[in-house]
Design a protein around this ligand. Structure first.
Ligand code: SF4
Length: 346
């Protein structure tokens, strides 16, 4: 019977050091291999040129490196790049590079498909297959960093967890991936440049506060009226706005970080004065920023972006109430890479 080899990147540095000691080698060899696996993103044991051939063979006999493979890369006319990423079990997720004048942002996936059912989101139509491992999240970032250097002559500057999946439903692995991304033994990025965007899982938002995480939080709110939010994000029936607000209050008390809300204004759904008034009321408990995101219709056109008059109303009312507001134009629409469009169509 064939023995299933273990993914070597599931081991911590300490476990790798212990493994080498058990093999009668020096613990230091574990450091060397660990550096190849993370800092140098080695795709195979053969790449580890300062490790002896014998040791490389021994590693090959015991482990695999389940590196992702960028199956298909699409480049938009606006510089956006979308990667269809094949995982070791042949499942596919997508990640996106979004360049602007001042930054290059990676939008990464945290799950294959999604267990939530947001009505406006293409990913929701894919059944959740599984959570991504920390190394699969890390690899998406490395792939985009490489593409950023190659096509935009600069390294990646920011990361948002806004691709496929709900990151707080895969919290432990997301946390481990961020540890690697921010560690000097990984990519050494500042956690302040990382945003975890959630549809709002109250219990996990409190856990993040307790864990004293250093990255930023954004909440996909889309409505501050329970009935409306439940109609477009059905899981709001389980975690209503009161619970979400209470968790965010807890988060703010612990971190003193301004809260960012992602918000789309849809025609006939949340484009009335009462909707923006409810949003203002919801934002009152802490300094807040609202990103009004341009929407990209998915196939059936049930959800359509509201007209510019409604957007202007939101901007005016929010500003009049001292709430920071930005209007975000979508990128990569021609390659289905824009927000809410990730659905493995490529
Ligand atoms: S918007 Fe996010 S949480 Fe909602 S279904 Fe899509 S991927 Fe899942």
């Amino acid at each position: 019977m064939e023995v299933k080899k273990k993914d070597i990147r599931a081991l911590t540095k300490e476990q790798l050091r212990e493994f080498f000691v058990k093999q009668g080698d020096k613990a230091f060899r574990g450091n060397q291999v660990y550096e190849w696996l993370w800092q140098k993103s080695a795709h195979s044991f053969e790449d580890m040129t300062n490790v002896s051939l014998e040791t490389r063979q021994m590693l090959q006999d015991n482990f695999v490196i389940n590196h992702i493979k960028v199956d298909q890369m699409q480049r938009s006319s606006d510089g956006t790049i979308k990667n269809a990423v094949r995982l070791h079990d042949d499942l596919i997720v997508e990640s996106v590079l979004i360049p602007t004048a001042t930054r290059t942002t990676a939008c990464v996936s945290s799950q294959v498909g999604c267990s939530l059912d947001c009505k406006f989101c293409a990913t929701a139509r894919l059944k959740r297959m599984r959570n991504l491992n920390p190394d699969e999240i890390y690899d998406q970032v490395v792939a985009i960093d490489n593409e950023s250097r190659l096509y935009h002559n600069r390294p990646l500057s920011n990361i948002v967890f806004m691709g496929m999946g709900e990151p707080l439903m895969n919290y432990n692995n997301v946390l481990k991936a961020i540890d690697k991304i921010t560690s000097p033994e990984g990519l050494g990025m500042s956690p302040k440049r990382i945003v975890v965007s959630t549809s709002g899982v109250p219990k996990m938002i409190k856990k993040m506060a307790d864990d004293n995480v250093k990255f930023k939080l954004a909440v996909s709110l889309h409505s501050a009226i329970d009935e409306v939010r439940t109609s477009i994000m059905p899981f709001n029936a389980t975690f209503p706005l009161n619970d979400l607000r209470e968790a965010l209050q807890y988060w703010y008390a612990a971190t003193k970080n301004r809260i960012t809300y992602e918000y789309v204004v849809w025609d006939g759904i949340n484009d009335k004065r009462k909707d923006v008034d409810a949003l203002v009321e919801f934002c009152k408990f802490a300094p807040s920023k609202v990103n009004l995101i341009e929407y990209n219709p998915i196939d059936d056109g049930e959800f359509q972006q509201a007209n510019s008059k409604a957007i202007d109303m939101y901007v005016n009312v929010l500003e009049a109430n001292n709430i920071t507001v930005t209007v975000r134009r979508s990128r990569g629409k021609d390659i289905d890479a824009a927000c809410g469009q990730l659905a493995n169509k490529s």
